[in-house]
Structures are given as structure tokens and as C-alpha cells.
Design a protein around this ligand. Structure first.
Ligand SMILES: [Zn+2]
Length: 255
């Protein structure tokens, strides 16, 4: 009754449904019967955004590829790959700057993510200066290197996130569609449900950073990425300064 289904064409449909709608189970069994894999995205109320203290952040502005991209050679140049698992994609540790071929035209956007790299944010120098002026903590800015000329670009920086949370992902059924345990390295990886993440609130109690990464890794196939989580202070700064174009925020639920 509170839900609607838009049949936009024969291949794509969009269903809007409330969390507590009685129709939800019926919808999932319909998907199962028809062998449809739905892409689930939660829509939050203004109150949910206001109430939250922490938010996950992703950029829909995807740009370029890390270099050198052939044979994924960047994995041994930008990262220390001595603990890399080629089965699940986990274990890379950044040791050097990212390299790309060209700089972005930012337009009204100020944040981007590189293709293939699901857990690093890159930022314009305008936004970088604003974060510095407002004493946003828990990060450093790293140069991004012009791969052809071997010199840093002057209008794009990586936000290097200094701190990682303790393990604390909760409500596995609600937050996580599936847990994948790698048979090679033994690491667990989560497939995100799209329905919001819940963490133990204690893991945030001693955090003095405005940006952190989750301990847990997420991603299908070879993607192994931690979620980036920002404080209310940074969230409000981005929103109030109109830097949020093409950024996707989800309120983190603490329990
Ligand atoms: Zn593995």
C-alpha cells in the first residue's frame, strides 16, 4: 500500500518500498522466482541524517585508472603487495602516491574516486584548503603523480586516512548480504546489503578523527575495500560549503 513499482522498461524496474512494509517478503520471493538480482539502495529521511553522528561516504564521480594499469602493475608500485591475495584481492598496503594520466576538470564537484579503487577519496585543492582551515583531523594529503611527466598534479590530492576502526560490524543480516571467507588467505569479506551499516557504538567512543576506515573489508570478486566513515563535523562542513555534489552519504547506525 505504501509502495509502488515503476516499470521503466522491459529490463529495468525500480521498486520503492518501506522497511516495515508487509509486501517486502513477497517482493524478495518474486525476485528469487524470476532470478532477478536486485540492486538495493536505501533512502534515508532528513531526520535520520540529522540524528546520525557518523556517515559512510562514497563518490559517484569516478575518474581515470591507477597507473600503470597494464597487468595491474600499480598494485606493486602504489602498494606494498607482499601480503596481497590474488584470490580475494585483500592485503594491499599503500606505500606510495597514486599515479594517473590526467587531472580532472572538477566543475562543481570536489571529491572523486578512481576506477578500481573503492576505498580512497581524492579532492580538489579548493576543498583541501577548506578542510585544512577547519582543522579536519585524521588525514594527510598526498600528492597525485602525473604518470607521464613524473611530477605531482597541482589540483588533485589524495585524502590519506590515518586511522582504522576496531572490528565492530553488527546486525549481520541487515548490513550484510553475504560473508565470503577466502579459501586462500582466510580473510572474511562482506557483501554489503545496501540497507545501511550498523556498528557497535563503543568502537567510535575514543575516535578523535573526522575520517576513519572500517576494519572490515567489503566487495565482490577481487574488490576488497574498507568503508570510509566521516564525522558529523566533516559531513556538515561538506554540506554547508556545497562540496557534496556527486557524493553519496549513508548514516551509520550505532548499537
Ligand atoms: Zn584471500
Amino acid at each position: 500500500k505504501n509502495s509502488k513499482f515503476e516499470d521503466t522498461n522491459s529490463f529495468i524496474g525500480v521498486a520503492y518500498i518501506f522497511e516495515d512494509d508487509e509486501w517486502i517478503d513477497e517482493l524478495y520471493s518474486y525476485y528469487q522466482k524470476e532470478k532477478i538480482t536486485p540492486i538495493i539502495d536505501a533512502i534515508y529521511t532528513k531526520e535520520e541524517y540529522e540524528k546520525a553522528q557518523w556517515y559512510s561516504i562514497l563518490s559517484k564521480f569516478r575518474f581515470e585508472y591507477p597507473q600503470p594499469e597494464d597487468d595491474s602493475a600499480y598494485k606493486g608500485i602504489t602498494y606494498n603487495n607482499s601480503k596481497f591475495c590474488s584470490s580475494c584481492g585483500c592485503g594491499l598496503v599503500q606505500k606510495d602516491s597514486f599515479r594517473i594520466v590526467k587531472a580532472p576538470k572538477w566543475g562543481k564537484r570536489h571529491f572523486l574516486m578512481l576506477n578500481w579503487v573503492e576505498d580512497e577519496l581524492f579532492i580538489s585543492s579548493f576543498a583541501k584548503d577548506l578542510l585544512v582551515r577547519n582543522s579536519i583531523s585524521g588525514l594527510r594529503f598526498l600528492d597525485v603523480i602525473n604518470h607521464k611527466k613524473n611530477i605531482p598534479f597541482d589540483d588533485i590530492y589524495q585524502i590519506y586516512i590515518e586511522n582504522e576502526l576496531e572490528p565492530g560490524l553488527l546486525e549481520l543480516k541487515q548490513s550484510v548480504k553475504e560473508v565470503r571467507n577466502c579459501s586462500i588467505c582466510g580473510k572474511a569479506k562482506y557483501i554489503y546489503s545496501g540497507k545501511g551499516l550498523t556498528f557497535r557504538k563503543e568502537i567510535f567512543s575514543n575516535i578523535n578523527s573526522d575520517i576513519v576506515r572500517t576494519h572490515e573489508s567489503f566487495g565482490d570478486g577481487h574488490i576488497c575495500a574498507r568503508k570510509i566513515i566521516i564525522s558529523k563535523k566533516l559531513y556538515q562542513l561538506i554540506k554547508n560549503s556545497n562540496l557534496g555534489k556527486d557524493l553519496d552519504f549513508e548514516p551509520i547506525v550505532l548499537a
